[in-house]
Design a protein. Structure first.
Length: 331
């Protein structure tokens, strides 16, 4: 990738991810605009995808005028900002403030929400009612709040829900011991904690570890007294003559002139895959039926052998089943 930070021009593929220089230049332009206030947080940068015709007409070495989509959260006013920054022009060309949407969660927000919950006296009392006096044994992990009614709507604030579990050590699978009936909600703009306690539900008595040592413990589910299998035959996968494709930056070229551009995006676990056949000289073909494919999230479904599933198990299964594909056919 070649980028001219001073002019905002770019000579690699139009759908390549942003370079460090482009992100830095975007931040500089935003700060110089006078729109960024102390309680604003820049959530995500993404290259603004050009028109499909521009992409299809591009040839290697041709300059690309880059623009950047930026998502910003204004914690003070509880607003989400969608901005468009033109790198060649050095200015913000779009600034849209919205109260009806929320950006994706960020790690700093999640960690701050966890700390706010640990420090909350109501949460500490709820743990004590369950016989948990050591906060170090309690693990919190985040869930998006969803929208169960008006109280969860986007204009009420930026909400996250934390699931509390109990861990018996650094190697323990804490997912096996959820604190059911205890819901922790944190409003991230102000780090305000709300605890909903629906009563003490006994913790599972068995561990749920999958380590070689854990599965030999009679108190563990699953339990295998003999430990790990010893009858597995060896398997080897080799390519003594090398791979059957050529990688150059974000482009991989295979047989029959088919090329694939892989370009990650800032949306949660989202990667944009752009595939096309190539004409002579490397330019894309306008007759290729698949222009863009977007893979948001893939996972392996979880099968539970019991007839009943806890709320935590149900959420876990649904999370693994979230698979989405979208594509844009060339016409």
């Amino acid at each position: 990738m070649t980028t001219n930070g001073a002019t905002g021009t770019h000579t690699s593929h139009p759908l390549d991810p942003l370079s460090a220089e482009e992100i830095s230049l975007t931040t500089t332009i935003l700060q110089a605009s006078g729109r960024i206030t102390p309680r604003m947080r820049i959530m995500a940068y993404s290259p603004h995808e050009p028109d499909k015709r521009t992409v299809l007409a591009w040839v290697p070495g041709q300059p690309v005028q880059r623009a950047v989509d930026v998502v910003i959260r204004d914690h003070e006013r509880r607003l989400t900002v969608e901005a468009l920054v033109s790198l060649p022009e050095g200015e913000v060309t779009l600034w849209r403030e919205r109260g009806d949407v929320q950006p994706a969660l960020t790690y700093p927000e999640v960690f701050a929400a966890m700390q706010a919950a640990y420090d909350d006296s109501t949460f500490q009392q709820a743990l004590a009612r369950r016989g948990l006096t050591d906060p170090g044994s309690v693990v919190l992990f985040p869930w998006t709040a969803g929208n169960w009614g008006l109280e969860d709507s986007a204009d009420r604030g930026r909400l996250i829900r934390l699931q509390a579990t109990m861990s018996q050590g650094p190697e323990d699978n804490y997912y096996a011991r959820p604190l059911e009936g205890l819901i922790v909600t944190v409003e991230l703009d102000r780090m305000a904690v709300r605890i909903d306690d629906y009563g003490v539900i006994p913790l599972p008595t068995h561990s749920g570890n999958y380590t070689p040592a854990g599965i030999t413990d009679p108190g563990n589910v699953p339990y295998f007294a003999q430990g790990t299998r010893t009858d597995l035959k060896p398997i080897e996968i080799t390519q003594p003559e090398g791979v059957s494709f050529q990688a150059n930056g974000h482009r991989s070229a295979g047989r029959n002139g088919v090329s694939v551009w892989v370009s990650p995006r800032a949306r949660a676990w989202c990667s944009i895959w752009w595939s096309t056949s190539t004409r002579e000289g490397g330019a894309p073909s306008s007759t290729e039926p698949l222009f863009q494919k977007c893979m948001f999230h893939m996972g392996t479904p979880v099968r539970h052998t019991t007839s009943r599933m806890s709320l935590t198990q149900a959420r876990s299964a649904l999370g693994y089943l979230r698979t989405a594909w979208s594509w844009d056919a060339t016409v």
